[in-house]
Write a protein that binds this ligand. Sequence first.
Ligand code: ADE
Length: 469
Amino acid sequence: MSDSEEAADQGQVLVIVTATVGGFSLLIILTLFLLITGRCQWYIKSKIKSEDKKRTQYQNGHVPFPGLKTYIDPDTYEDPSQAVHEFAKEIDPSRIRIERVIGAGEFGEVCSGRLRIPGKKEIPVAIKTLKGGYTERQRRDFLREASIMGQFDNPNIIRLEGVVTKSRPVMIVVEYMENGSLDSFLRKHDGHFTVIQLVGMLRGIASGMMYLSDIGYVHRDLAARNILVDDNLVCKVSDFGLSRVLEDDPEAAYTTTGGKIPIRWTAPEAIAYRKFSSASDAWSYGIVMWEVMSYGERPYWEMSNQDVILSIEEGYRLPAPMGCPVALHQLMLLCWQKERSRRPRFNDVVSFLDKLIRNPSSLLTLVEDVHSFPESPEDMPDYPLFISIGDWLDSIKMSQYKNNFIAAGYTTLDSISTMSIDDVRRIGVSLIGHQRRIVSSIQALRLQFLHIQQSGFHENWSIYPEEPQ
Ligand code: ADE
């Protein structure tokens, strides 16, 4: 073999060896790559699975009863639209007939209408719409309420029929509640119901709240304005969506720590350090009881939010509304205990109200109209000192009765503070709602006078048994 042939042979061998080694290395790299990515996928999948499991098991720190489903916070989904589709049915918009506008929400109009359900007759519905020009965040916040509501199934919680997300406008469709929100419904029908009817409404709300607390959902904005009433007086809890709801709620005010909170309805620990829980919902429930028994009166009347916070801190609690059974006011006071662990749970509230309904004579003892002083006089708030009767009547929007008071000889606030409901009727206030408003305010005045008179006495008296005496 010549030198040149030998060199060519060596070249060929080198090419073959290089190709073989290269191919083999490529094979090894490819195998390693497949192994690593496969392993990663398996790892990611198993991680997601265990996160999902954790999420369903321990939502809101709530450990569910075996067999009871638990609320899942839609914010724990990386993609919130996945949550909507998991918990809400997509409705074909051709099945919806919008009839009229019934209100305005933060995101757009609220309408009434009809929904055709295949194989069934049309049902009346309320339709919340998302107005055009929304941002992705607004769409997500709007649909969050549906992701929450879609998880609930209880006769005292507003039922979600479904959502429209695949066409415009984006909509949330819920069952229609003929009598609208509870606060305005009660104001419109002041004095029209029996105590048993009112307790029935409260029982329904407590039952809805029991369901929510059992599945680990904390409402945070329980108030009569967020309860809907149907044509059978059935009350259902509505307005879900946590922070969004508070943005939407005209009662929510900014606290010093920057949170937006409906002060008059909120437990002190939730105002002070955002400790929201089913126990803080129980506090709000006590306020709803007071709203119901006073036919939609504003809690703490015209007091400022700051005065409400200070008065609660000092131990003041709302007095019983006119004509309120003692048993109900006592339940309210239990809901307003400073120490949250001492407040009743919603199942206790339901059992207690059931007992009252079964034994109506327990509701006959009323807290005496104008003699219903809370037990601790020095725990009273400082009400604004009105200068004249005119100012006082203006503050409760009853100035049309100024001449009635003057003509009957009531010329000072001191004399007014002694008036009974009969005196108020006698001077010519005939509308029950107006009598109620004036008497509530007279109660507040009496408390203030009593507070002033007795300051210095009972220094160590507290309505809280657990507080140092
Ligand atoms: N307003 C808001 N939601 C409503 C509903 N579901 N029914 C009636 N009025 C409403």
